[in-house]
Design a protein around this ligand. Structure first.
Ligand SMILES: Nc1ncnc2c1ncn2[C@@H]1O[C@H](COP(=O)(O)OP(=O)(O)OP(=O)(O)O)[C@@H](O)[C@H]1O
Ligand SMILES: [Mg+2]
Length: 247
């Protein structure tokens, strides 16, 4: 695909004390591109995601979104967090608010929309993720897969330029994984720019434009899914794939 860079990391290094958790990371995510990040536990996948919407600071290198360096603080940082939505393993919905209120809240607080406008938009998005009928329920009344789809609708409500997913289906029972992946596939088809940390290799094969394989804080491979899955180059990737594809 012709690369019109939306997210760019250049020479990014991050430490947790002595631990060099991100090492010389160069990564470009094009507009409309879906990049799946895989790798062993502790390799730095979550940290990578968190640096992109600046939930974590970096020690050196640059990260730009749409050509602009990530803001350091204040209003600009709040705006960035809205522009780069994040969906986590745990859905982080407000338990005492309805599904509709969960999706509308940040639109009202951050985007300064009127409640009726926010609610209208929320209903559209809930319809898109197949949950309009559940708008007035509370999170605890929904299944895990439904709650995760609410979390996706909530992220979309901010009209993000990109969405980051950190193992969005890892906490779900197997029968609920697909309904979430299907929503993500639809987003990919609609042209959403997405960085997805996942162990779902079927999703990586079918929806990713590129697979980034990380090990020990480095990007070891960055290739098309076809190339990566049929002929991984590195020993680390071969070893990783042999372990996860076995079961
Ligand atoms: N806040 C923190 N303070 C110190 N060390 C941390 C912190 N967060 C993560 N680490 C360490 O950084 C390394 C990378 O962690 P990270 O969570 O990014 O890995 P990961 O690839 O997402 O792993 P997993 O597949 O288990 O989610 C690990 O060794 C982890 O223990
Ligand atoms: Mg992680």
């Amino acid at each position: 695909m012709a690369v019109d860079p939306l997210i760019e990391l250049r020479g990014v290094n991050k430490y947790y004390g002595e631990l060099h958790v991100l090492q010389d990371i160069d990564l470009t995510v094009g507009r409309g591109e879906v990049v799946v990040v895989i790798g062993p536990s502790g390799s730095g996948k979550s940290t990578l995601c968190r640096t992109i919407n600046r939930l974590e600071t970096i020690e050196s290198g640059t990260i730009t979104l749409d050509g602009q360096p990530l803001p350091q603080e204040g209003k600009a940082l709040a705006k960035l967090r809205a522009e780069v939505g994040m969906v986590f393993q745990s859905f982080n919905l407000f338990a005492h608010k309805t599904v509709l209120q969960n999706v509308s809240l940040a639109q009202i607080k951050v985007r300064r929309r009127r409640r009726d406008q926010a609610d209208r938009r929320s209903r559209e998005l809930l319809d898109r993720v197949g949950l309009l009928a559940h708008a007035e329920k509370y999170p605890a009344q929904l299944s895990g897969g439904q709650q995760q789809r609410v979390a996706i609708a909530r992220a979309l409500a901010m009209e993000p330029k990109a969405l980051l997913f950190d193992e969005p289906t890892s906490a779900l029972d197997p029968e609920m994984i697909n309904e979430v992946l299907e929503v993500m596939r639809q987003l990919a088809r609609d042209g959403m720019t997405m960085v997805v940390v996942t162990h779902e290799m079927g999703f990586a094969r079918s929806a990713a434009h590129r697979v980034v394989f990380m090990a020990d804080g480095r990007i070891v491979e960055d290739r098309t899914p076809e190339e990566f899955f049929t002929a991984p180059r590195s020993e680390r990737a071969k070893d990783f794939l042999s372990k996860i594809l076995k079961h």
